[in-house]
Design a protein around this ligand. Structure first.
Ligand SMILES: Cc1cc2nc3c(=O)[nH]c(=O)nc-3n(C[C@H](O)[C@H](O)[C@H](O)COP(=O)(O)O)c2cc1C
Length: 274
């Protein structure tokens, strides 16, 4: 059987772009980008896989400063709502959007769910409806990911804002940008030049993520760990610039009894699922 190691240069450079893709929320002021570059990013979106090849998306690119400022106003209102009405989420102010060179809005069209597997009898309707929603969202996620990777490969950087997926933000964006009712702005991707070197973000060790041939329950993260992340760790895990939590000077204080579970290969050594 032949191996694939002769392709390793491709995979190394692909992973390099993937590692450098970052959610960056600070951009350099006063820069511009050519439409040619933005078209390359749109080309990357075009090649995303979608359920039943429905291509259930459009890519709306805002590159005029006046329109960008109006989109910014929508997102300032969105972040005020997050601060006022969302339980403890470590949201950052969206004023940084002012320095983007462009904003890509990925519009999804739920009508295409009709093209995904649909049940012939009522017994299976709910099951396939839920699956169709998943297929739609997964397709749009692939589009957004392609956009972010292309942005990185072009020497720019971006963020992935789910704002737009909520009704209020989506209605505001639709009024402003003129897209019709069935379409929803599932992802908004502000693009810019990074203000400073873009560091990494925490990732679980690969041994913790991978299961060989069957699910390994020693890797099942206990509910208590999920609760700890939500209550304590989330703002640091989201915004600190290290891949490995062990690099944090205050790792002991921040991770407490969960240190090994967060940094080692097995978050659940006794293998009990609880
Ligand atoms: C579906 C999805 C929705 C997200 N929504 C937001 C968002 O609304 N605002 C934001 O600042 N970041 C958002 N992010 C970015 C995540 O916070 C970020 O991917 C994560 O903290 C890891 O950081 P990294 O992307 O720099 O590796 C979102 C990411 C995904 C995949």
């Amino acid at each position: 059987m032949s191996d694939v190691t002769d392709q390793s240069t491709d995979i190394d450079s692909l992973i390099d772009v993937m590692r450098r893709r970052r959610s960056v929320r600070r951009f350099e002021k006063g820069r511009r980008v050519e439409r040619g570059t933005l078209m390359k990013i749109a080309e990357a979106a075009r090649w995303a896989p979608t359920g039943a090849n429905t291509q259930c998306f459009d890519v709306l690119i805002v590159d005029e400063p006046e329109m960008r400022d109006k989109v910014l106003e929508v997102f300032l209102r969105q972040s005020s709502r997050l601060i006022a009405h969302v339980k403890g989420f470590p949201a950052v102010k969206k004023t940084y959007l002012a320095n983007t060179v462009a904003i890509v809005i990925v519009l999804g069209d739920p009508r295409w769910k009709a093209s995904f597997p649909n049940a012939t009898d009522s017994e299976w309707e709910a099951e396939y409806e839920a699956n169709n929603e998943n297929i739609l969202l997964a397709s749009l996620g692939a589009v957004i990911q392609n956009v972010q990777l292309a942005v990185t490969a072009c020497g720019l950087t971006s963020a992935w804002l789910s704002g737009g997926g909520e009704d209020t933000t989506n209605r505001d964006l639709a009024d402003l940008l003129g897209y019709p009712e069935p379409l929803v702005a599932y992802g908004t991707i502000p693009i810019g030049y990074p203000e400073k070197d873009v560091s990494l973000r925490w990732r679980r060790p690969v041994e913790q993520v991978v299961h060989w041939n069957r699910y390994d329950p020693t890797k099942f993260r206990p509910q208590e760990l999920v609760d700890f992340y939500v209550e304590k760790l989330r703002p640091f895990a989201m915004y600190r610039g290290n891949e490995d939590l062990e690099e944090w000077e205050d790792v002991e204080e921040k991770t407490g009894k969960w240190r090994d579970a967060l940094t080692g290969p097995t978050p659940n050594p006794d293998g009990k699922v609880k």
